[in-house]
Structure formats: structure tokens, C-alpha cells
Design a binder for this molecule. Structure first.
Ligand code: PLP
Length: 295
């Protein structure tokens, strides 16, 4: 990985009245060791993160990402992040990104070091992978059982569903399972037959002239890219909806996409081995919009 930049943040309390947080940022060598061996993020995955897409030096949808960071912190009982401090850190990282091309800025807020400073926080910036192929040609997905029913999040909030935690081992395992089945990505479904999300992306379907996404009722992450695309579609007079989506509805959709901040809109070309038509023109218009500067 050829990094652009990394910095460690000394997290400010959410009611800190300062307006300039530059003296709380310590740029570090992103290729050198930086974390304490007592870090609870590495020992237990106990922390939260955000991945912000950067296009030609512009960080996309920063406010939506910061709001979701605060939401994840609340779910995980982590100290509320000072959003102006994090915004200034993102601006600094974006200023270090190349003026051309795509990148990714990651924000990490960890529970901290056992018996040491807590919480700990850092920001990294790196080039994005090249997603031209998936955006144009589409991705094959398989549905994978997430192992719980749709009503679980309300019954078991301690499972932290709906927070973007650092515990992504299950998500990565699902992608490996999808690849071992000859696909590119996975879509999680509940044990009672409803569609949730992909391991690192939201799902949007087109059913007749309506765009539908599974309702973020606590069990899934509310995607910033899906939110932004729905606003754009609604402005263009299209009909959008949050709904409970059954697996049958997914399989009979006219078109479907996985949406995320860095890969952007990847059209789905097959579900569980059954082909589904890729709408190349519509997908290109989605990605043109998603690559334009968005705040
Ligand atoms: N759902 C999960 C589980 C994710 O990890 C992600 C992004 O990483 C998304 C959805 C899409 O969110 P966003 O559009 O904000 O990148």
C-alpha cells in the first residue's frame, strides 16, 4: 500500500470550545509501527471507523460520515467524537491527497489502550483500488445467511448491529465464502428470509420504476452512498423507498446495485448464479453523480 498520509489525533471532549484543533494532530510515518501493543482496537476489534471516498482531492459526504461516526460511538458507548476536530483532521488528510484520482480517508476511533490513554484515534489516507471493472461490468453475488431474524437488533442491542465497528472478521469471511462459490461479493439475508446488506456495501434494487433499499432498522449500516444517491434520484423526480425486502423480491428485481463510498455503484450481474440485467447507462449516470463533488 502506498500511503498518502497518517495522523494521530488526541481526541477532544465533545464540548471543547476551541475552534482550531491543529495542535491535537500529530502526523506520523504511515509505514512505521505506531500503535501500542495494549491497543484494544487490535486486541478485540473494540472501536469504530469510517471510510470516506476522495475524488480529485475532495472528500465526499464528510458530514454524513461524521454523523455516522457519532452514531456508532453512541451505540458502542465510546466518548462522543468532537465533530469539528474530526472535520479538521479530514481536511488535513484531504489536503495531502493528490489533486487527481481516487483515494480513501479512514477515521478510526478506538476504545484505547488497556490501562493507558483512552480513547485513541487516528486518520489515514491512501489511494483507492481501481474499480473501473466492477462499476462497468458488474459483480456476481451470492446470498449468505446472517444467522439471525429481522427482529434481532431490537431484542439484542448489545450486538452493536447498525454501528460501523472495527470487528469486520465476519464481513471479510463472508466475502471469502462468496469467492469460494465463484462470486465476487455476498448479500446477507436473515434466517427468516429478508435481505440486509453486503459485507461492505448497501443494496439498492429497481423494481418497475421504484428504487428500493432495505430499511436501516438497526440491523444494517445506513450507507452514506445510498442516502446520497436517493437524494439525487428524488431530486430527479424518481421514486425511492425504504422497505422490508424479501429474498424473493431481490431475485425478481429488474436491476440491483451494491453501493459504497469507495467502490461506488457496482451493478449486480448475477444472484446465486442467476443472471440479472446490468443497466449500463443508468449505472454510468449513478457513478457520474457519485464521482462529482458531494458535501
Ligand atoms: N454496509 C456495510 C456493512 C458497510 O461496511 C458499508 C461500507 O463500508 C456500507 C454498508 C456502505 O456504507 P457507505 O455507503 O457509507 O460506504
Amino acid at each position: 500500500m502506498s500511503w498518502h498520509f497518517a495522523l494521530v489525533i488526541d481526541p477532544a471532549a465533545s464540548d471543547d470550545r476551541r475552534t482550531d484543533f491543529s495542535d491535537t494532530f500529530a502526523p506520523i510515518d504511515p509505514t512505521a509501527p505506531a500503535l501500542s501493543v495494549g491497543e484494544l482496537s487490535t486486541q478485540r476489534g473494540d472501536g469504530i471507523f469510517e471510510s470516506i471516498g476522495v475524488v480529485d482531492g475532495h472528500p465526499q459526504e464528510v458530514t454524513a460520515h461524521l454523523e455516522r461516526l457519532a452514531h456508532s460511538a453512541a451505540i458502542c458507548a465510546l466518548p462522543a467524537p468532537h465533530l469539528d476536530q474530526w472535520r479538521q483532521a479530514v481536511e488535513l488528510a484531504a489536503a495531502k491527497s493528490p489533486a487527481h484520482g481516487e483515494g480513501v480517508i479512514k477515521l478510526i476511533l478506538s476504545r484505547g489502550v488497556e490501562h493507558g490513554p483512552a480513547p485513541t484515534a487516528w486518520v489515514t489516507s491512501a489511494p483507492a483500488a481501481d474499480f473501473t471493472g466492477p462499476r462497468r461490468d458488474g459483480i456476481r453475488v451470492v446470498t449468505l445467511d446472517r444467522g439471525y431474524a429481522l427482529d434481532l437488533p431490537a431484542r439484542a442491542p448489545w450486538l452493536l448491529l447498525g454501528a460501523k465497528t472495527l470487528s469486520y472478521a465476519v464481513n471479510m469471511a463472508a466475502i471469502r465464502e462468496a469467492k469460494s462459490r465463484g462470486a465476487d461479493d455476498a448479500i446477507f439475508v436473515t434466517s427468516d428470509g429478508f435481505v440486509l446488506e453486503a459485507p461492505t456495501a448497501s443494496l439498492v434494487l429497481r423494481v418497475a420504476d421504484r428504487f428500493i433499499t432495505p430499511a436501516p432498522n438497526g440491523g444494517i449500516l445506513h450507507g452514506t452512498t445510498q442516502l446520497s444517491l436517493f437524494e439525487h434520484l428524488a431530486e430527479g423526480g424518481e421514486s425511492t423507498a425504504y422497505d422490508t425486502v424479501s429474498v424473493d423480491m431481490l431475485r425478481s428485481a429488474d436491476a440491483a446495485w451494491l453501493l459504497s463510498s469507495v467502490r461506488l455503484a457496482a451493478p449486480i450481474s448475477s444472484i446465486d448464479g442467476r443472471e440479472i440485467e446490468v443497466d449500463a447507462a443508468l449505472t454510468a449516470s449513478f457513478n457520474d453523480y457519485l464521482l462529482s463533488p458531494r458535501d
